[in-house]
Design a protein around this ligand. Structure first.
Ligand code: NAD
Length: 328
């Protein structure tokens, strides 16, 4: 069996080699993403595996089907780049890796929240100017805070456990209430969460209920001392409205691991003209943290992402049921 892996990152290669040696399955890695220009490379392979946030063009589905490929495996949690109607039309089973390491993202969210709560951006600004005065740097301690989790699934649930272990009060909104999270959080409604949380941390998929969820109206409901943490998808936060809210001191700060329209510079060295103006404005603020969609990027996550994705490619190719099929 031969599998073609698209958009392979350097750090993944040792885990791919390990998996290939253990299973005896041949894997070819390419740097490029799966798209209309690269889909022809899949000819002659039994299966494919990719990670990317850019939508797949319709021709990709059609050609994969023509080449005898039976699956679309995204070795990542998000699968919003896949058109399920086209996948169905061309008999492509969609699989993802739903939870390669929820702790990786939860820990990054917590780290950024702590940086904001302790005003470390302002500390850095002061130290750059050799300003050792304390005025304006007083902060609070985490167990005094209420943390509001929007979307308490794998990552939100892990986030609840971390904050709960630090003594914070944790509240959450999610249409699904999970009894196993009862020791760590209390469910509430979104309105109450926005009004009462000191840290609002978002861990939902990007869907019709979450697109632009953080807009002007939402920021107005939040406490002026509250921080927004978005480790999920850029489209959940309206960047222009966030800038207005920060400038009007409607909220205290934000950490964004993902940006809307980040596709062109995802895991790339970007040039200034590629970066939207609103992100440059946000980046210049000491109470805003922007990271390169890398909250997941730990050794554990990389190892699991590679093996769980490839195992499902093999399952579909062999006509077996994959472990992580996605239905939409
Ligand atoms: P999950 O499916 O386990 O949990 C998502 C939860 O959000 C579900 O419980 C769902 O019911 C809930 N939800 C959906 N719409 C909601 C709404 N409007 N309000 C409240 N809750 C809602 O997914 P997960 O593994 O926890 O991942 C969550 C998201 O994190 C992914 O969809 C992906 O976009 C993002 N992610 C980011 C990174 C990163 O590196 N930054 C890595 C992995 C995943």
């Amino acid at each position: 069996m031969k599998i073609l892996m698209y958009a392979v990152l350097e750090p993944e290669k040792k885990y791919i080699k390990q998996w290939s040696e253990q299973t005896g399955v041949e894997v070819k890695c390419v740097d490029e993403r799966l798209n209309a220009q690269t889909v022809d490379w899949a000819q002659g392979f039994d299966g494919i595996d990719f990670q990317q946030t850019q939508p797949l063009e319709p021709v990709v589905y059609q050609k994969l089907h023509e080449y005898g490929i039976k699956q679309l495996t995204a070795r990542m949690v998000g699968y919003d780049m896949i058109d399920f109607d086209l996948a169905k039309k061309y008999s492509l089973v969609v699989t993802n890796v739903p939870a390669y390491s929820p702790r990786a993202i939860a820990e990054m969210g917590l780290t950024q929240a702590l940086r904001l709560v302790r005003k470390l951006g302002y500390y850095d600004q002061r130290m750059d100017k050799l300003d050792f005065r304390w005025a304006g740097l007083e902060s609070t301690e985490i167990y005094n805070l209420t943390v509001g989790i929007i979307g308490a699934g794998h990552i939100g649930g892990a986030t609840a456990q971390l904050y709960s272990a630090l003594g914070a009060k944790v509240i959450a909104t999610d249409p699904i209430h999970r009894v196993e999270l009862n020791p760590y959080l209390e469910y509430t409604d979104q309105e109450t969460l926005l009004k009462t949380a000191d840290i609002v941390t978002v861990h939902t998929p990007l869907n019709e209920t979450t697109t632009n969820m953080f807009n002007g109206a939402a920021f107005k409901k939040m406490k002026p001392t509250a921080y927004l943490i978005n480790m999920a998808r850029g489209g959940i936060v309206n960047a222009a409205d966030l800038i207005t809210a920060l400038q009007n001191k409607e909220i205290a700060g934000a950490a964004l691991d993902t940006l809307a329209d980040e596709g062109q510079f995802f895991e790339k060295q970007a040039t200034p003209d590629e970066i939207p103006e609103d992100y440059k404005t946000l980046r210049a603020m000491p109470n805003v943290l922007i990271s390169p969609h890398s909250a997941f990027y730990t050794d554990t996550a990389m190892k699991n992402m590679v093996a769980m994705g490839l195992n499902d490619v093999v399952a579909v190719v062999k006509g077996q049921r994959p472990q992580f099929e996605v239905f939409n």
